[in-house]
Ligand binder design. Structure first.
Ligand SMILES: Cc1cc2nc3c(=O)[nH]c(=O)nc-3n(C[C@H](O)[C@H](O)[C@H](O)COP(=O)(O)OP(=O)(O)OC[C@H]3O[C@@H](n4cnc5c(N)ncnc54)[C@H](O)[C@@H]3O)c2cc1C
Length: 451
């Protein structure tokens, strides 16, 4: 359907469109061949070689109107493209692209709090740290990422698991309105009253429908918190996994509580905390040696069960031992406890596309591996995937397996949208056909899971 793009054509067409816009900021649209100019633009941001790529050109729109112009040009020229909000995805071709157009949304970074509605309008290019800082003065916070550098856009479009999800549900279920630029350049607002099917689809359907420029989010009250990190020796791993089980059976109903447990099981693994005592906007040269560790993600979902949890730990230990032979390799097994209240809220806010089991205590298991050498990419990924599949198989044999895969922890070759169930997948396809009949986001956009 789309022929091979000519970059020159793309440049010329986009430049002419940008200058024709009735947008006072049109001239501020940044456009550059990645290799020659715009030194302040980020080519590879997540710091891991698994997502390094060199786009032919990077565009940095400041408004929905400019995004519309970019998408019209992309559609007209058939240029492959990738979308970046926070740039936190480790998957190649998601928030970066080899040889195509990278739409870097970091300049769409508005944060406007409305004290009357207590909603906040957040540009997709923000990171959660900025959103939290802006809301702190109002005694509020948002249902956002658990670490501050994670981007707003990818997090919310993948569902979004927050420190406050036990009480307020997933991030996507706290989105009141999406400002979306469709492939044909139309700008629409999706909410419960307008484009309500698209509103539903965006809650878990990621980049299959358009570029989201702004999110209107509910905020929740927040003042001081209590918290910290305890470090146990790996010899206590079995006791810790039992403690997770006890927490989930006895204490998770205390909605103010949240836990996130990371098992770093490989021998000789070191946790490195980096701190730079000065306000800087990017990682200093001094930390560059830490920037080149790639990582991958794999996920599965199981029902809460004491013995199953021990099985997961044992499979994680095996996987960790298997990858230990690769230089610098370490496996992090993240045990994410999901309570019935976390998933119950969506019905009140228009539903979501995730197809989540209801009234269920679950664990969303995440394997995240880090290693050093590009030559080991495939071997490490294969071992991690095997481990996750073994957990699924074991859970299935015990009747404890769930189809659902949490997008934000998933490997690029996992069938996340299929895991939402055939009805929901068909619903997502229907919405995509309506808002993007030419399939621009299916064919030209390289990132995300496709329908
Ligand atoms: C260290 C770390 C901690 C994490 N913590 C959490 C956590 O606590 N909870 C959680 O739920 N997840 C977490 N994640 C996963 C994270 O939410 C996802 O990787 C998410 O995609 C990152 O958002 P981003 O904006 O930085 O994504 P990007 O890397 O910029 O984009 C990822 C993909 O999302 C799509 N996308 C992004 N923005 C848009 C847009 N505006 N319009 C259309 N499509 C878009 C594109 O397909 C893009 O390829 C974590 C990841 C890491 C690496």
């Amino acid at each position: 359907m789309f022929s091979k793009p000519s970059l020159t054509t793309f440049f010329l067409l986009l430049s002419s469109r940008a200058f024709q816009l009735a947008d006072p900021e049109a001239n501020a649209l940044r456009l550059s061949p990645a290799k020659t100019a715009c030194s302040d633009l980020r080519i590879a941001d997540s710091g891991d070689h698994s997502s390094w790529a060199t786009p032919e050109c990077i565009v940095c729109p400041r408004s929905a109107a400019q995004v519309a112009s970019v998408l019209q040009t992309i559609t007209a020229t058939g240029a492959p493209f990738a979308i970046r909000s926070g740039g936190h995805s480790p998957n190649l071709g998601w928030s970066n692209i080899e040889g195509g157009v990278l739409i870097d949304l970091s300049r769409i970074n508005e944060i406007t709090y409305n004290p009357l509605s207590t909603n906040v309008v957040v540009g997709t290019g923000n990171r959660w740290g900025a959103v939290y800082s802006a809301l702190e003065a109002h005694g509020r916070t948002a249902v956002g990422g658990r670490v501050s550098p994670v981007g707003v856009g990818g997090f919310l479009l993948g569902g979004g698991l927050s420190h406050v999800s036990n009480e307020y549900g997933l991030g996507c279920d706290n989105v009141v309105d999406y400002e979306v630029v469709l492939a044909n350049g139309t700008i629409v607002n999706a909410n419960t009253n307008s484009h309500s099917e698209l509103y539903w689809a965006l809650k878990g359907g990621t980049s299959n429908f358009g570029v989201i420029t702004r999110f209107t989010l509910k905020t929740v009250p927040m003042s001081k918190i209590w918290g910290g990190v305890i470090t146990y020796n790996a010899t206590q791993a079995e006791a810790v996994i039992d403690a997770i089980y006890t927490y989930q059976t006895e204490h998770i109903s205390d909605l103010k509580s949240a836990i996130s447990v990371q098992f770093i099981l490989g021998a000789g693994v070191v946790l490195v905390t980096l701190m730079y005592a000065q306000s800087i906007s990017s990682s200093p040269v001094a930390f560059a040696p830490f920037d080149s560790l790639p990582y991958n993600f794999y996920t599965t979902t199981v029902d809460m069960h004491k013995d199953m949890y021990q099985d997961i730990l044992s499979i994680a230990t095996d996987t960790s031992e298997k990858i230990a032979k690769y230089q610098g390799a370490a496996l992090i097994f993240v045990a994410q406890t999901i309570s019935p209240t976390m998933t119950a809220g969506s019905a009140k806010t228009g539903g979501n596309a995730l197809g989540l089991p209801q009234n269920t205590n679950m664990m969303w298991v995440n394997f995240a591996a880090a290693w050093e050498l590009p030559a080991d990419d495939d071997a490490v990924a294969k071992a991690c995937k095997y481990g996750i599949q073994k957990i699924s198989r074991t859970a299935r044999a015990k009747g404890l397996s769930r189809d659902y895969l949490f997008m934000n922890d998933a490997g690029e070759d996992q069938d996340v949208l299929g895991s939402y169930g055939s009805e929901n997948r068909a619903g997502l396809r229907k919405v995509a056909r309506e808002v993007d009949p030419e399939g621009v986001f299916q064919i030209l956009e390289t990132g995300g899971f496709k329908l």
